[in-house]
Ligand binder design. Structure first.
Ligand code: PMV
Length: 309
């Protein structure tokens, strides 16, 4: 059995696609798991994706698979120069799809881990990350690589596209309330929408990306030094620029507002936006109150998690 966690982007989504830094952390309360059993001779490789009710047969000569899981399995076989084994892989995930939690990258990582281990050549680290990134391109078009990297490494990262992840320390653990709006939104579409705006007015949008870069660098310093109020303030600033990028929505703004009114130190959308999740930084003693307030404001589900420590 192999697994991979969900992830949360703390700062820098969208601008990260244009070379600005971003900060992401694993979120292990949600995860994808893959388990396998040997299958009779001649049955080949089958993936049962329980959450979406699909049974997928993997053939190497299928050059344009329409499914990302099939593609992930093919990439693994090609990387390891292996034929499809007689194996059935059960794939399950508790991560809501299209909600900014990195569900696509997590199921790919769990599947590739299980399949490569069953073939006797477990893929991990950079080799696994490179394969998951290939699959992400099928999901997202032009992904920055932050999702696959934080999920494969399972550690907080400060990420710059093309430079990769940098280690950083969390000076003092902090508490987040995470709220799923319950609205699925395609990251491929929000990234394409931002691209269109950028192409129409490059100078204006470059300025917004630069602003996010300044926020992310300030947030990194605040996280390293454990200054909660400052982290929260940078979250509020980041959310405002994401509104300017048109990736927030009425529902997300309402959840962010409810969290702030209930005493959160800061709140913002997280991930692709226009749906998906919002995150709020809270004093630990105030977590329940903020979680109740965002549920009252319409959140489908909330979690409280501690980052660092
Ligand atoms: O997969 P999501 O919805 O968490 O969004 C990924 C973050 C983006 O910056 C919007 C896209 C990317 O590839 O970095």
């Amino acid at each position: 059995m192999h697994s991979a966690p969900a992830k949360i982007i703390l700062f820098g989504e969208h601008a990260v696609v244009y070379g600005q830094p971003a900060i992401a952390v694993p979120f292990s309360a949600l995860s994808a798991t893959a388990d396998s059993i040997a299958a009779p001779d001649g049955t080949g490789l089958t993936i049962i994706a329980h959450d979406v009710g699909r049974v997928l047969h993997v053939y190497l000569d299928d050059d344009s698979p329409d499914n990302a899981l099939t593609y992930a399995a093919q990439l693994t076989l090609r990387k390891l120069h292996a034929r499809p084994p007689n194996l059935t892989i059960d794939l399950r995930s508790t991560i809501p799809v299209a909600s900014g939690f990195g569900s696509g990258a997590a199921v790919s990582a769990a599947l590739i881990r299980e399949l490569s281990a069953a073939l006797g050549s477990p893929l991990e680290g950079d080799r696994l990350n490179a394969l998951v990134f290939e699959v992400e391109k099928m999901h997202h078009g032009t992904p920055s690589g932050i999702d696959n990297t934080v999920i494969v490494k399972n550690t907080p990262i400060y990420f710059v596209r093309d430079a990769g992840p940098q280690a950083f320390t969390i000076g003092r653990p902090f508490t987040l309330v995470i709220a799923d709006s319950g609205i699925a939104a395609s990251t491929r579409e929000t990234v394409a929408a931002v691209r269109k705006l950028y192409e129409a007015k490059p100078a204006r949008y470059q300025q917004l990306f630069d602003q996010i870069g300044v926020i992310v660098r300030a947030a990194k310093a605040a996280i390293e030094q454990g200054r909660w109020a400052d982290i929260g303030q940078q979250m509020n600033l980041n959310h405002a620029v994401l509104q300017d990028l048109t990736v927030s929505s009425e529902v997300l703004d309402r959840l962010v507002q409810a969290a702030r009114e209930a005493g959160a130190l800061g709140a913002k959308l997280s991930g692709g936006g226009r749906g998906g999740n919002v995150i709020a930084l809270v004093e630990p003693a105030n977590a329940k109150r903020v979680a109740a307030a965002v549920r009252q404001a319409g959140a489908a589900h909330t979690w409280v998690t501690t980052v660092g420590g």
